[in-house]
Write a protein that binds this ligand. Structure first.
Ligand SMILES: Cc1cc2nc3c(=O)[nH]c(=O)nc-3n(C[C@H](O)[C@H](O)[C@H](O)COP(=O)(O)O)c2cc1C
Length: 218
């Protein structure tokens, strides 16, 4: 028989999806602290923990970040429209409709109770896949587990959020707003709060498509 705690854990993990509609109600400090602590439990290369997190609750600061996010979101929508194989008013509208929920978030970040801004020190990353003529990704592996821990721990408390990276394109502006040093970068912004809708379920490719046994198979 499966341990009931395993079932609960699987239920939490399988319903931790992006929450972009977030109520303005405050998140109590003790709840937030538990979530933040879980974030710090994440692994990192050499256990260097090359990241820090700024918790933003001040409305003016959230508004400044929100403005950047909205500008970048608009560019992202335009980019997706420009990539359409067949661009008509109808296909363009479909892209806009599909991206509405992201747009809602983009225009409402100041109303979200907590913005968690994740920062990293690139000099502390040991990147083992550099030099292959493509984007190295291993550095990020020391950073994003902490973001996912935060999201899963938030889900366990009934909170919701979403890993966003749009504002990483505006690092100098984020630095001006938050005052972090030149040597540090932004790798995620997580809006966090009580969901307006429900958690889960996830839409994901099945195990058989994602996992191969013993060696690569086409
Ligand atoms: C690296 C990364 C960057 C993302 N950036 C954004 C973002 O900037 N804005 C956003 O609304 N969602 C962002 N997402 C959320 C994804 O769109 C979302 O996780 C994905 O569509 C799956 O949906 P689900 O989490 O609801 O299951 C990002 C997710 C990842 C992993």
């Amino acid at each position: 028989m499966t341990d009931p705690r395993t079932e609960v854990f699987r239920e939490i993990l399988s319903t931790t999806r992006s929450i972009r509609r977030i109520a303005p109600d405050e998140v109590p400090d003790d709840v937030l602290d538990r979530v933040l602590e879980a974030s710090t439990w994440a692994p990192s290369g050499g256990n260097r923990q090359p990241w820090r997190l700024i918790v933003v609750r001040d409305r003016a600061t959230k508004q400044a970040i929100s403005d950047l996010y909205a500008e970048e979101w608009k560019k992202y929508v335009d980019f997706n429209i420009a990539r359409l194989p067949e661009r008509t008013p109808a296909t363009e509208q479909r892209v806009r409709d599909a991206m509405t929920i992201g747009g809602d978030l983009a225009s409402g970040l100041a109303d979200v109770p907590v913005l968690a801004v994740f920062l990293h020190d690139p000099s502390m990353l040991y990147v083992t896949d550099a030099g292959w003529g493509r984007h190295p990704v291993v550095g990020g592996a020391s950073l994003y587990p902490a973001v996912q821990n935060l999201l899963v721990a938030a889900r366990a408390e009934g909170l919701g959020g979403v890993l966003t990276t749009i504002v990483c394109a505006r690092e100098p502006d984020m630095r001006a707003i938050l005052g972090f040093p030149e040597s540090w970068g932004v790798h995620a912004l997580v809006p966090l709060g009580w969901p307006k809708g429900r958690h889960g379920p996830l839409r994901r490719a099945p195990l058989t498509e994602m996992v191969m046994r013993e060696r690569w198979r086409d």
